[in-house]
Write a protein that binds this ligand. Structure first.
Ligand SMILES: Nc1ncnc2c1ncn2[C@@H]1O[C@H](COP(=O)(O)OP(=O)(O)OP(=O)(O)O)[C@@H](O)[C@H]1O
Length: 316
């Protein structure tokens, strides 16, 4: 199956046309209650960003503002680079919003429309639409195109969202937990397809999720929100360097980790793995290794839980 006939006449997105985004003192309120509270952040172009936060932390609201679906109450978001050139605000700017693709779990799909008509509409609106990619992914996810959207199962509806998001090849593409309705094999298919397509056409991707461990290996940069505030924005490697995992005989691990803040512990038989917060200086690492311990970077999931549940972030 192919949607070649629905191809745009504009050229495919090329490396370097990815969009950068920034938020400046960005606030959004619902009935006076802040969902986003004076956020300042930057999304570098051409990277895969994780937008992480617990339920209600403001991820969907931020994604909606970045995609121009919602106007900020204070501050602004600006998108720049690619074929946009100078920085512009996305709200009510059709040129910008055609280059930004936000796929939400709700799908934003017309229930009564046939799947093929939804695809046709996307092809006509998206300047970088790739019909071959759409056709290939529809086959892989086994999404029927002659059915109405409302007749699709939740998983197939999510898969349709994924197809639309990837085939749009938008210079800024945001997936807001759209894949939560998909089962594990389908989600793995999505992650593989995303990485393969991103390698072919680098663009700025934002994955909004609380399934941190599942996506952590794909992410290059991370934004963590808590209670509408920015907890941290960092390259994943730098974040993982904020702590360490120490594995070895339980008694030796306990002795070594005594003075550290412990984020997580796991014991299997006589072997223990403890995740600690803090910088391990090289002399300490050498000492640990000499004592038979293995030292590795901290897991993103452990850090995420620590940063969003122990009073480190937000207004708690
Ligand atoms: N349309 C709305 N009307 C009123 N309050 C809203 C609306 N949308 C979001 N909120 C509130 O704003 C806050 C942030 O919500 P948001 O959906 O952005 O968080 P989230 O991190 O995406 O959450 P989740 O992971 O549960 O989807 C929450 O307190 C939420 O209740």
């Amino acid at each position: 199956m192919t949607y070649q006939t629905l191809h745009s006449t504009e050229p495919a997105t090329e490396a370097g046309s990815a969009l950068a985004a920034r938020a400046e003192n960005l606030s959004v309120r619902f009935a006076g209650v802040p969902a986003l509270d004076r956020l300042d952040l930057r999304l570098a172009p051409g990277k895969i960003h994780g937008l992480l936060g617990r339920n209600g932390s403001g991820k969907s609201t931020l994604a909606a503002v970045l995609a121009g679906f919602r106007r900020p109450d204070e501050g602004r978001v600006l998108l720049e680079g690619g074929d946009l050139g100078t920085a512009v605000e996305p709200y009510e700017n059709a040129v910008v919003t055609s280059r930004v693709c936000l796929i939400r779990e709700s799908g934003d799909l017309v229930d009564a429309a046939l799947v093929k008509h939804v695809l046709g509409l996307a092809a006509s609106l998206r300047p970088y639409w790739d019909g071959d990619v759409a056709g290939e992914l529809l086959d892989r996810f086994e999404v029927p195109t002659n059915k109405k959207v409302q007749k699709l199962s939740r998983g197939k509806r999510s898969a349709l969202g994924v197809v639309l998001g990837l085939a749009s090849r938008a210079p800024l593409t945001l997936f807001d937990e759209t894949y939560l309705g998909m089962d594990v094999p389908s989600r793995n298919l999505f992650y593989d397809a995303l990485l393969a397509d991103y390698a072919e056409v680098p663009r700025t991707i934002v994955l909004s999720t609380h399934l941190v461990s599942e996506v952590s290996t794909m992410l290059e940069e991370v934004v963590i929100l808590d209670d509408g505030r920015l907890v941290t924005q960092s390259p994943v490697d730098a974040l993982r360097g904020r702590g360490a995992s120490i594995v070895g005989p339980a008694a030796v691990v306990d002795e070594f980790t005594g003075g550290f803040t412990v984020l997580a512990e796991e014991k299997i038989g006589g072997t223990k793995s403890t995740t600690v917060l803090g910088d391990l200086d090289p002399a300490l690492v050498a000492q640990a290794r000499a004592a038979g311990l293995e030292i590795g970077p901290v897991g993103l999931q452990d850090l995420f839980v620590h940063l969003t549940s122990s009073g480190q972030g937000g207004r708690r």
